[in-house]
Design a protein around this ligand. Sequence first.
Ligand SMILES: O=C(O)CC1=CCC(=O)O1
Length: 393
Amino acid sequence: MPQIEANGTTLNYELSGPSGAPVVVFSNSLGTSLAMWDPLVPHLRGRYRVLRYDTRGHGASRVRDERAEVEDLAEDLIGLLDALDIPRAHVVGLSLGGMTGQAAASRHPDRVISLTLMATAAFMPSEASWNERAETVRAKGTAAIVEATMGRWFTPGFPDTAPDAVAPVREQFVDTDAAGYAVCCNAIGRMDLRPVLNRIIAPTLVIAGRDDPATPPAMAEEICAGIPQAELVVLPKAAHLLAVEQPAAAAAHLLGFLDRHRETVDAATGAVPFASGLANRKSVLGDAHVERSLKAAGDFAGPWQDFITRTAWGEVWGDPRIPWKTRSFVTLAMMVALGREEEFKLHIRPALRNGVTPSELQALLIQTAIYAGVPAANGAFRWAREVLGEELA
Ligand SMILES: O=C(O)CC1=CCC(=O)O1
């Protein structure tokens, strides 16, 4: 993943989605990385340009063992937008990421189109307890507090029912640099954003987990009371890491809110530069496949590769009116109807990356039997099995 200098530090980030679409920037929580958004971002793919980054001291961003405030984290976020030449963005943050979002929106109201705050607080006492946690982690590493942390992040029983969702988060936590974590704990202990909430003019969506012991709904209510244009949603069956525990519900609220505050007028994008089409193509089909195709094309098929990259991937997949998940459904259905095995197989994994679940894939293929015929659907079930194998139940 690329790294960039922002606000005097080095941030690891990932930017994907149609070049003409509005940017949504995601800021992660304490002890996670940009990967914490994996279950949620597929819901936005294609309709929005998704920018994720690792908060300083987390993931692959630089660790700076020096005092920092939540306001510094906000300047990192704005510095990242500057470095990527993004004038305005929708800002989404969870917990520490939401604190960063509040600070960014209050300090730079002109840069924030909308603000979504998940499982977060404007003030989180006590400073002494945060300093104590920082000292524990400095002495023993994050592994020493992983059990207690997972207990706050997920409702009881969730880790047993969804081990595949919890395992990567647990891994991110124990991999977090002790100093990177401790610096942010100290910053949270000193933070008090309550006096600046009224400077936030961006429309704001606050999402709380009903069963969150770390930042309970009362803290979300306190934020809503301070921000002039804030609305509150309390998600049932969700603890602190609600974007991992309830990604579909969180994404549905987020998407509805973003769509209501979409600034740009959607339109067919017209002629699109090759580079934009290439970025979309790689984002959907994967770097390896695209680089292989371009290399194999040679002089004869080179112009053809250029054409499909600009048109199919730049103009069509780059048109943000239809989310990539929907485009994946439509593409797969057409490939079944036309009996195009190679292209169907090519699009199966990208469809999963775009948020299609195996259960939805099953429902789609059953529907193709109605409109394209039983033999077509029969073949498609076999092709899906050939590509995904054991991943399908
Ligand atoms: O560490 C926790 O469980 C709660 C928390 C506070 C800030 C954050 O990002 O997570």
